[in-house]
Design a protein around this ligand. Structure first.
Ligand code: SAH
Ligand code: SF4
Ligand code: F3S
Length: 435
Protein backbone atom coordinates (compact mmCIF):
# COMPACT_ATOMS: atom_id res chain seq x y z
CA UNK A 1 0.00 0.00 0.00
CA UNK A 2 1.30 3.44 -0.82
CA UNK A 3 1.61 6.03 1.89
CA UNK A 4 -1.27 8.58 1.67
CA UNK A 5 -0.27 12.04 0.56
CA UNK A 6 -0.97 14.90 2.93
CA UNK A 7 -3.23 17.76 1.95
CA UNK A 8 -3.43 20.99 3.91
CA UNK A 9 -6.25 23.40 3.02
CA UNK A 10 -6.43 26.95 4.29
CA UNK A 11 -9.88 28.45 3.88
CA UNK A 12 -10.84 32.11 3.67
CA UNK A 13 -14.19 33.75 3.04
CA UNK A 14 -17.76 32.62 3.53
CA UNK A 15 -19.31 29.34 4.70
CA UNK A 16 -19.61 28.21 1.12
CA UNK A 17 -15.84 28.17 0.92
CA UNK A 18 -15.81 26.03 4.06
CA UNK A 19 -18.22 23.62 2.38
CA UNK A 20 -16.18 23.69 -0.85
CA UNK A 21 -12.96 22.93 1.05
CA UNK A 22 -14.54 19.81 2.54
CA UNK A 23 -15.70 18.68 -0.86
CA UNK A 24 -12.34 19.42 -2.51
CA UNK A 25 -10.62 17.36 0.19
CA UNK A 26 -13.02 14.48 -0.51
CA UNK A 27 -12.42 14.85 -4.24
CA UNK A 28 -8.63 14.70 -3.78
CA UNK A 29 -9.16 11.71 -1.52
CA UNK A 30 -9.62 9.76 -4.77
CA UNK A 31 -6.06 10.78 -5.71
CA UNK A 32 -4.69 9.40 -2.44
CA UNK A 33 -4.74 12.50 -0.25
CA UNK A 34 -5.71 12.74 3.39
CA UNK A 35 -6.24 16.10 5.07
CA UNK A 36 -3.83 17.36 7.73
CA UNK A 37 -4.11 20.43 9.91
CA UNK A 38 -0.67 21.89 9.29
CA UNK A 39 1.17 23.05 6.19
CA UNK A 40 4.38 21.54 7.53
CA UNK A 41 5.16 18.22 5.90
CA UNK A 42 2.20 18.51 3.53
CA UNK A 43 2.46 17.20 -0.04
CA UNK A 44 -0.08 19.72 -1.24
CA UNK A 45 -1.05 23.08 0.21
CA UNK A 46 -4.30 24.49 -1.09
CA UNK A 47 -5.44 28.03 -0.42
CA UNK A 48 -9.19 28.49 -0.84
CA UNK A 49 -9.51 32.20 -1.39
CA UNK A 50 -12.03 35.02 -1.02
CA UNK A 51 -12.24 38.03 -3.32
CA UNK A 52 -14.94 40.01 -1.53
CA UNK A 53 -12.75 42.83 -0.19
CA UNK A 54 -9.23 43.88 -1.11
CA UNK A 55 -7.86 42.79 2.28
CA UNK A 56 -9.33 39.32 1.86
CA UNK A 57 -7.79 38.76 -1.56
CA UNK A 58 -4.39 40.12 -0.50
CA UNK A 59 -4.09 37.27 1.99
CA UNK A 60 -3.40 34.89 -0.88
CA UNK A 61 -0.24 36.72 -1.84
CA UNK A 62 1.12 36.91 1.70
CA UNK A 63 0.40 33.20 2.15
CA UNK A 64 2.19 32.39 -1.10
CA UNK A 65 5.15 34.48 0.02
CA UNK A 66 5.31 32.47 3.23
CA UNK A 67 5.19 29.19 1.30
CA UNK A 68 8.14 30.07 -0.92
CA UNK A 69 10.90 28.66 1.38
CA UNK A 70 8.96 25.40 1.81
CA UNK A 71 8.58 25.04 -1.95
CA UNK A 72 12.27 25.77 -2.48
CA UNK A 73 13.22 23.17 0.14
CA UNK A 74 10.83 20.61 -1.35
CA UNK A 75 10.15 21.00 -5.07
CA UNK A 76 7.68 18.10 -4.84
CA UNK A 77 5.39 20.26 -2.70
CA UNK A 78 2.33 21.14 -4.79
CA UNK A 79 0.68 24.51 -4.31
CA UNK A 80 -2.93 24.99 -5.35
CA UNK A 81 -5.09 28.11 -5.37
CA UNK A 82 -8.87 27.66 -5.29
CA UNK A 83 -11.91 29.85 -4.68
CA UNK A 84 -12.97 33.30 -5.75
CA UNK A 85 -9.54 34.93 -6.27
CA UNK A 86 -8.61 31.92 -8.40
CA UNK A 87 -11.74 32.56 -10.46
CA UNK A 88 -11.13 36.28 -10.81
CA UNK A 89 -7.36 36.33 -11.30
CA UNK A 90 -6.38 32.77 -12.18
CA UNK A 91 -4.21 33.40 -15.24
CA UNK A 92 -2.57 36.37 -13.55
CA UNK A 93 -1.73 34.23 -10.49
CA UNK A 94 -0.02 31.62 -12.66
CA UNK A 95 1.92 34.32 -14.47
CA UNK A 96 3.06 36.20 -11.38
CA UNK A 97 3.57 33.25 -9.07
CA UNK A 98 5.82 30.52 -10.51
CA UNK A 99 5.45 28.48 -7.30
CA UNK A 100 1.73 27.90 -7.96
CA UNK A 101 1.05 24.54 -9.63
CA UNK A 102 -2.71 24.53 -9.83
CA UNK A 103 -5.51 27.10 -10.07
CA UNK A 104 -9.13 25.98 -9.78
CA UNK A 105 -12.29 28.09 -9.74
CA UNK A 106 -15.35 27.38 -7.57
CA UNK A 107 -17.28 25.77 -10.44
CA UNK A 108 -14.60 23.36 -11.64
CA UNK A 109 -13.28 21.60 -8.57
CA UNK A 110 -14.88 18.29 -9.51
CA UNK A 111 -12.08 18.15 -12.09
CA UNK A 112 -9.38 18.22 -9.39
CA UNK A 113 -8.33 14.56 -9.76
CA UNK A 114 -7.46 15.06 -13.45
CA UNK A 115 -5.73 18.35 -12.66
CA UNK A 116 -3.77 16.68 -9.87
CA UNK A 117 -2.58 13.96 -12.27
CA UNK A 118 -1.38 16.69 -14.61
CA UNK A 119 0.66 18.53 -11.98
CA UNK A 120 2.21 15.24 -10.85
CA UNK A 121 3.71 15.10 -14.34
CA UNK A 122 5.36 18.45 -13.67
CA UNK A 123 2.88 20.51 -15.68
CA UNK A 124 0.78 23.36 -14.37
CA UNK A 125 -3.03 23.19 -14.40
CA UNK A 126 -5.70 25.88 -14.52
CA UNK A 127 -9.47 25.57 -14.73
CA UNK A 128 -11.63 28.63 -14.19
CA UNK A 129 -14.42 27.63 -16.52
CA UNK A 130 -18.11 27.60 -15.78
CA UNK A 131 -18.54 24.05 -17.11
CA UNK A 132 -21.89 22.90 -18.48
CA UNK A 133 -21.97 19.81 -16.25
CA UNK A 134 -23.02 20.03 -12.61
CA UNK A 135 -19.94 19.64 -10.42
CA UNK A 136 -22.05 18.06 -7.68
CA UNK A 137 -22.86 15.14 -9.99
CA UNK A 138 -19.15 14.38 -10.25
CA UNK A 139 -18.08 14.58 -6.63
CA UNK A 140 -17.71 11.65 -4.25
CA UNK A 141 -20.29 11.17 -1.50
CA UNK A 142 -19.82 13.23 1.66
CA UNK A 143 -17.93 11.44 4.36
CA UNK A 144 -15.55 13.61 6.39
CA UNK A 145 -18.04 14.84 8.97
CA UNK A 146 -16.57 16.62 11.94
CA UNK A 147 -19.55 16.83 14.25
CA UNK A 148 -23.31 17.13 14.52
CA UNK A 149 -23.58 20.27 12.33
CA UNK A 150 -22.94 20.54 8.61
CA UNK A 151 -23.28 22.91 5.71
CA UNK A 152 -25.23 21.97 2.63
CA UNK A 153 -24.93 24.10 -0.50
CA UNK A 154 -28.39 24.22 -2.09
CA UNK A 155 -27.92 27.18 -4.41
CA UNK A 156 -24.91 28.91 -5.82
CA UNK A 157 -24.21 32.11 -7.71
CA UNK A 158 -25.97 35.43 -7.85
CA UNK A 159 -27.96 37.34 -10.47
CA UNK A 160 -28.45 40.46 -8.36
CA UNK A 161 -25.36 42.46 -9.29
CA UNK A 162 -25.15 44.83 -6.34
CA UNK A 163 -22.89 47.63 -7.55
CA UNK A 164 -20.08 46.85 -5.06
CA UNK A 165 -19.98 43.06 -5.27
CA UNK A 166 -17.74 40.57 -7.08
CA UNK A 167 -19.78 37.47 -6.27
CA UNK A 168 -21.87 37.42 -9.50
CA UNK A 169 -18.56 37.35 -11.39
CA UNK A 170 -16.68 34.84 -9.23
CA UNK A 171 -19.53 32.40 -8.54
CA UNK A 172 -21.46 32.92 -11.75
CA UNK A 173 -25.20 32.87 -12.38
CA UNK A 174 -27.73 31.48 -9.90
CA UNK A 175 -28.02 27.70 -10.01
CA UNK A 176 -30.18 25.63 -7.66
CA UNK A 177 -29.42 21.97 -6.96
CA UNK A 178 -32.22 19.43 -7.53
CA UNK A 179 -34.21 18.74 -4.34
CA UNK A 180 -33.87 14.93 -4.60
CA UNK A 181 -30.06 15.27 -4.58
CA UNK A 182 -30.22 17.55 -1.57
CA UNK A 183 -32.51 15.18 0.27
CA UNK A 184 -30.12 12.32 -0.50
CA UNK A 185 -27.15 14.33 0.75
CA UNK A 186 -29.09 15.29 3.89
CA UNK A 187 -30.00 11.64 4.58
CA UNK A 188 -26.38 10.65 4.12
CA UNK A 189 -25.24 13.39 6.51
CA UNK A 190 -27.90 12.42 9.05
CA UNK A 191 -26.70 8.80 8.88
CA UNK A 192 -23.26 10.10 9.84
CA UNK A 193 -24.58 11.81 12.95
CA UNK A 194 -25.43 15.26 11.62
CA UNK A 195 -28.45 16.80 13.38
CA UNK A 196 -28.25 20.41 12.21
CA UNK A 197 -27.99 21.57 8.62
CA UNK A 198 -27.24 25.07 7.42
CA UNK A 199 -28.44 25.47 3.85
CA UNK A 200 -26.06 27.64 1.91
CA UNK A 201 -26.44 29.86 -1.12
CA UNK A 202 -25.24 33.28 -2.17
CA UNK A 203 -28.92 33.98 -2.58
CA UNK A 204 -30.35 31.01 -0.81
CA UNK A 205 -33.92 32.26 -0.65
CA UNK A 206 -33.96 32.55 -4.45
CA UNK A 207 -33.70 28.73 -4.45
CA UNK A 208 -35.85 27.30 -7.21
CA UNK A 209 -35.67 23.81 -8.72
CA UNK A 210 -38.20 21.24 -9.94
CA UNK A 211 -41.12 23.24 -8.60
CA UNK A 212 -39.51 23.65 -5.19
CA UNK A 213 -38.82 26.98 -3.54
CA UNK A 214 -36.73 27.24 -0.38
CA UNK A 215 -39.78 26.88 1.90
CA UNK A 216 -40.82 23.56 0.35
CA UNK A 217 -37.23 22.32 0.43
CA UNK A 218 -36.99 23.21 4.12
CA UNK A 219 -40.22 21.37 4.89
CA UNK A 220 -38.97 18.23 3.13
CA UNK A 221 -35.58 18.39 4.82
CA UNK A 222 -37.32 18.81 8.16
CA UNK A 223 -38.83 15.37 7.54
CA UNK A 224 -35.43 13.68 7.18
CA UNK A 225 -34.96 11.28 10.09
CA UNK A 226 -32.31 12.65 12.44
CA UNK A 227 -32.34 16.26 11.21
CA UNK A 228 -33.54 18.35 14.16
CA UNK A 229 -32.42 21.80 13.16
CA UNK A 230 -32.31 23.80 9.94
CA UNK A 231 -30.89 27.22 9.15
CA UNK A 232 -30.18 28.98 5.86
CA UNK A 233 -28.00 31.78 4.61
CA UNK A 234 -27.55 34.24 2.94
CA UNK A 235 -30.86 35.74 1.93
CA UNK A 236 -31.87 38.80 -0.03
CA UNK A 237 -34.76 40.91 1.31
CA UNK A 238 -36.48 40.89 -2.09
CA UNK A 239 -36.77 37.09 -2.07
CA UNK A 240 -38.47 36.67 1.33
CA UNK A 241 -41.62 35.04 -0.05
CA UNK A 242 -44.76 34.45 2.05
CA UNK A 243 -44.30 30.67 2.22
CA UNK A 244 -40.76 31.05 3.58
CA UNK A 245 -41.93 33.51 6.20
CA UNK A 246 -44.77 31.13 7.09
CA UNK A 247 -42.23 28.31 7.56
CA UNK A 248 -40.56 30.40 10.27
CA UNK A 249 -43.85 30.29 12.13
CA UNK A 250 -44.86 26.67 11.70
CA UNK A 251 -41.78 24.55 10.97
CA UNK A 252 -40.30 23.65 14.37
CA UNK A 253 -36.98 22.50 12.87
CA UNK A 254 -36.39 25.91 11.29
CA UNK A 255 -34.40 27.84 13.89
CA UNK A 256 -35.43 31.34 15.02
CA UNK A 257 -32.50 33.03 13.36
CA UNK A 258 -32.31 34.99 10.13
CA UNK A 259 -29.38 36.70 8.46
CA UNK A 260 -30.89 39.31 6.17
CA UNK A 261 -28.33 41.83 4.93
CA UNK A 262 -29.54 45.35 4.24
CA UNK A 263 -26.17 47.11 3.65
CA UNK A 264 -27.45 50.65 4.28
CA UNK A 265 -30.40 52.53 5.77
CA UNK A 266 -30.35 55.28 3.14
CA UNK A 267 -32.64 54.92 0.14
CA UNK A 268 -30.31 57.04 -1.96
CA UNK A 269 -27.39 54.70 -1.22
CA UNK A 270 -29.52 51.56 -1.57
CA UNK A 271 -30.45 52.77 -5.03
CA UNK A 272 -26.83 53.51 -5.93
CA UNK A 273 -25.95 50.01 -4.64
CA UNK A 274 -28.58 48.52 -6.99
CA UNK A 275 -30.22 46.75 -4.05
CA UNK A 276 -33.71 47.27 -5.57
CA UNK A 277 -35.41 47.85 -2.21
CA UNK A 278 -35.84 50.79 0.14
CA UNK A 279 -35.23 50.88 3.89
CA UNK A 280 -39.01 50.85 4.40
CA UNK A 281 -39.40 47.76 2.17
CA UNK A 282 -36.81 46.00 4.30
CA UNK A 283 -38.49 47.00 7.56
CA UNK A 284 -41.82 45.72 6.24
CA UNK A 285 -40.22 42.34 5.48
CA UNK A 286 -38.90 42.22 9.05
CA UNK A 287 -42.38 43.04 10.40
CA UNK A 288 -43.84 40.10 8.50
CA UNK A 289 -41.11 37.78 9.79
CA UNK A 290 -41.56 38.94 13.36
CA UNK A 291 -45.29 38.46 13.08
CA UNK A 292 -44.64 34.83 12.10
CA UNK A 293 -41.86 34.23 14.65
CA UNK A 294 -41.77 36.92 17.37
CA UNK A 295 -38.58 35.64 19.05
CA UNK A 296 -36.52 35.54 15.83
CA UNK A 297 -32.96 36.79 16.13
CA UNK A 298 -32.09 39.06 13.22
CA UNK A 299 -28.64 39.66 11.85
CA UNK A 300 -27.36 41.69 8.92
CA UNK A 301 -24.42 43.01 6.91
CA UNK A 302 -23.61 46.68 6.46
CA UNK A 303 -21.24 48.58 4.21
CA UNK A 304 -20.11 52.04 5.28
CA UNK A 305 -18.39 54.55 3.03
CA UNK A 306 -20.02 53.41 -0.20
CA UNK A 307 -19.15 56.01 -2.90
CA UNK A 308 -21.29 59.11 -2.40
CA UNK A 309 -22.35 58.25 1.18
CA UNK A 310 -22.92 61.49 3.09
CA UNK A 311 -23.17 61.92 6.81
CA UNK A 312 -26.96 62.19 6.43
CA UNK A 313 -26.99 58.81 4.63
CA UNK A 314 -24.93 57.29 7.40
CA UNK A 315 -27.29 58.69 10.06
CA UNK A 316 -30.10 56.83 8.27
CA UNK A 317 -28.13 53.60 8.61
CA UNK A 318 -27.76 54.22 12.36
CA UNK A 319 -31.48 55.00 12.60
CA UNK A 320 -32.38 51.74 10.85
CA UNK A 321 -30.12 49.77 13.18
CA UNK A 322 -31.74 51.42 16.22
CA UNK A 323 -35.18 50.63 14.88
CA UNK A 324 -34.46 46.95 14.15
CA UNK A 325 -32.37 45.95 17.17
CA UNK A 326 -30.06 43.29 15.74
CA UNK A 327 -28.88 40.22 17.63
CA UNK A 328 -25.62 40.47 15.72
CA UNK A 329 -24.35 42.08 12.54
CA UNK A 330 -21.27 42.39 10.39
CA UNK A 331 -20.13 45.78 9.16
CA UNK A 332 -17.48 46.48 6.58
CA UNK A 333 -15.74 49.47 5.16
CA UNK A 334 -16.44 49.72 1.45
CA UNK A 335 -13.65 48.25 -0.64
CA UNK A 336 -13.54 49.04 -4.37
CA UNK A 337 -13.43 45.81 -6.36
CA UNK A 338 -12.08 45.61 -9.89
CA UNK A 339 -14.75 45.19 -12.54
CA UNK A 340 -17.70 46.28 -10.37
CA UNK A 341 -19.71 49.41 -11.33
CA UNK A 342 -19.10 51.15 -7.99
CA UNK A 343 -15.33 50.92 -8.46
CA UNK A 344 -15.61 53.67 -11.08
CA UNK A 345 -16.92 56.18 -8.55
CA UNK A 346 -14.95 58.55 -6.30
CA UNK A 347 -14.40 57.08 -2.84
CA UNK A 348 -15.35 58.50 0.54
CA UNK A 349 -12.32 59.78 2.45
CA UNK A 350 -10.71 56.96 4.45
CA UNK A 351 -10.74 58.81 7.78
CA UNK A 352 -14.47 59.51 7.43
CA UNK A 353 -15.27 55.93 6.49
CA UNK A 354 -13.15 54.65 9.40
CA UNK A 355 -14.97 56.88 11.87
CA UNK A 356 -18.37 55.76 10.55
CA UNK A 357 -17.37 52.12 10.78
CA UNK A 358 -16.32 52.58 14.40
CA UNK A 359 -19.55 54.32 15.30
CA UNK A 360 -21.69 51.68 13.62
CA UNK A 361 -19.71 48.84 15.18
CA UNK A 362 -20.11 50.36 18.64
CA UNK A 363 -23.88 50.49 18.18
CA UNK A 364 -24.06 46.94 16.80
CA UNK A 365 -21.88 45.61 19.61
CA UNK A 366 -24.14 47.19 22.22
CA UNK A 367 -27.18 45.59 20.57
CA UNK A 368 -25.45 42.23 20.44
CA UNK A 369 -24.64 42.52 24.15
CA UNK A 370 -28.21 43.45 25.00
CA UNK A 371 -29.59 40.49 23.00
CA UNK A 372 -27.18 38.11 24.69
CA UNK A 373 -27.76 39.52 28.19
CA UNK A 374 -31.51 39.12 27.68
CA UNK A 375 -30.98 35.34 27.48
CA UNK A 376 -29.86 35.09 31.12
CA UNK A 377 -32.41 33.13 33.16
CA UNK A 378 -34.05 31.67 30.04
CA UNK A 379 -34.42 28.02 29.18
CA UNK A 380 -32.97 27.21 25.77
CA UNK A 381 -31.97 24.20 23.71
CA UNK A 382 -28.31 23.55 22.94
CA UNK A 383 -26.86 21.13 20.42
CA UNK A 384 -23.51 19.98 21.84
CA UNK A 385 -20.73 20.24 19.26
CA UNK A 386 -17.64 19.35 21.26
CA UNK A 387 -15.94 19.29 24.62
CA UNK A 388 -15.15 22.72 26.07
CA UNK A 389 -11.74 23.91 27.16
CA UNK A 390 -12.55 23.36 30.81
CA UNK A 391 -12.98 19.93 32.35
CA UNK A 392 -16.52 18.63 32.28
CA UNK A 393 -17.69 21.36 29.96
CA UNK A 394 -19.58 21.04 26.67
CA UNK A 395 -19.98 23.74 24.02
CA UNK A 396 -22.69 24.11 21.45
CA UNK A 397 -25.17 26.51 19.91
CA UNK A 398 -28.56 27.63 21.09
CA UNK A 399 -31.55 27.87 18.76
CA UNK A 400 -30.61 31.54 18.31
CA UNK A 401 -27.04 30.53 17.39
CA UNK A 402 -25.51 31.85 20.59
CA UNK A 403 -22.41 29.92 21.64
CA UNK A 404 -23.23 28.24 24.97
CA UNK A 405 -20.88 26.63 27.52
CA UNK A 406 -22.58 24.04 29.69
CA UNK A 407 -21.11 22.31 32.74
CA UNK A 408 -22.01 18.71 31.99
CA UNK A 409 -19.35 16.07 32.67
CA UNK A 410 -21.53 13.35 31.13
CA UNK A 411 -22.37 15.36 28.01
CA UNK A 412 -21.58 14.05 24.53
CA UNK A 413 -21.27 15.77 21.15
CA UNK A 414 -24.50 15.42 19.19
CA UNK A 415 -26.80 15.63 22.23
CA UNK A 416 -29.58 18.18 21.99
CA UNK A 417 -30.29 19.29 25.56
CA UNK A 418 -32.36 21.79 27.50
CA UNK A 419 -30.35 24.25 29.60
CA UNK A 420 -30.89 27.32 31.75
CA UNK A 421 -28.67 30.30 30.90
CA UNK A 422 -26.81 31.54 33.98
CA UNK A 423 -24.42 34.13 32.63
CA UNK A 424 -23.71 36.29 29.58
CA UNK A 425 -19.99 36.50 28.74
CA UNK A 426 -18.15 38.42 26.01
CA UNK A 427 -18.99 36.11 23.13
CA UNK A 428 -20.83 33.26 24.73
CA UNK A 429 -23.39 32.22 27.33
CA UNK A 430 -22.85 29.97 30.34
CA UNK A 431 -25.60 27.52 31.27
CA UNK A 432 -26.57 24.54 33.39
CA UNK A 433 -28.21 21.44 31.99
CA UNK A 434 -31.86 20.79 32.84
CA UNK A 435 -32.63 17.63 30.88
N1 SAH B 1 -24.81 36.98 -0.81
C1 SAH B 1 -24.69 37.63 0.40
C2 SAH B 1 -23.27 37.87 0.85
C3 SAH B 1 -22.39 38.67 0.03
S1 SAH B 1 -20.78 38.92 0.65
C4 SAH B 1 -25.56 38.86 0.37
O1 SAH B 1 -26.13 39.21 -0.61
O2 SAH B 1 -25.68 39.49 1.38
C5 SAH B 1 -21.01 39.32 2.34
C6 SAH B 1 -21.02 40.76 2.66
O3 SAH B 1 -19.80 41.37 2.30
C7 SAH B 1 -22.07 41.57 1.95
O4 SAH B 1 -23.32 41.42 2.51
C8 SAH B 1 -21.53 42.96 2.09
O5 SAH B 1 -21.94 43.55 3.29
C9 SAH B 1 -20.03 42.75 2.14
N2 SAH B 1 -19.38 43.20 0.91
C10 SAH B 1 -19.57 42.73 -0.34
N3 SAH B 1 -18.82 43.43 -1.21
C11 SAH B 1 -18.16 44.37 -0.51
C12 SAH B 1 -17.25 45.40 -0.85
N4 SAH B 1 -16.89 45.63 -2.12
N5 SAH B 1 -16.76 46.18 0.15
C13 SAH B 1 -17.13 45.97 1.43
N6 SAH B 1 -17.98 45.01 1.80
C14 SAH B 1 -18.51 44.22 0.85
FE1 SF4 C 1 -23.26 40.27 -3.83
FE2 SF4 C 1 -25.58 41.54 -3.87
FE3 SF4 C 1 -25.40 39.09 -4.88
FE4 SF4 C 1 -25.22 39.45 -2.28
S1 SF4 C 1 -27.04 39.89 -3.53
S2 SF4 C 1 -23.88 38.16 -3.53
S3 SF4 C 1 -24.17 41.39 -2.11
S4 SF4 C 1 -24.41 40.91 -5.67
FE1 F3S D 1 -15.64 35.46 -0.66
FE2 F3S D 1 -16.34 34.14 -2.79
FE3 F3S D 1 -17.57 33.71 -0.50
S1 F3S D 1 -15.72 36.24 -2.72
S2 F3S D 1 -17.48 35.70 0.47
S3 F3S D 1 -15.47 33.29 -0.92
S4 F3S D 1 -18.50 33.73 -2.51
Amino acid sequence: MTEPKKLFIKTYGCQMNVYDSERMAESLGASGYVQTDTAEGADMVMINTCHIREKASEKLFSDLGRLRPAKEANPNLKIAVAGCVAQAEGAEILRRMPLVDLVVGPQSYHRLPQMEAKIQKGERAIDTEFPPEDKFDHLPERKAMRGPTAFLTVQEGCDKFCAFCVVPYTRGAEVSRPPERLLAEARNLASRGVRELTLLGQNVNAYSADGYGLARLIRELAGVEGIDRLRYMTSHPNDMEDDLIAAHGDCPQLMPYLHLPVQSGSDRILKAMNRKHTAADYLRVLDRIRAARPDILLTSDFIVGFPGETDADFQETLALVREVGYGMAYSFKYSARPGTPAAEKPEVETAIADARLQELQALLTSQQRAAQDAMVGQEVHVLYEKQGRQDGQMVGKSDHLHAVHVTDPAGKPGELVRVRVTESKTNSLAAVRLS
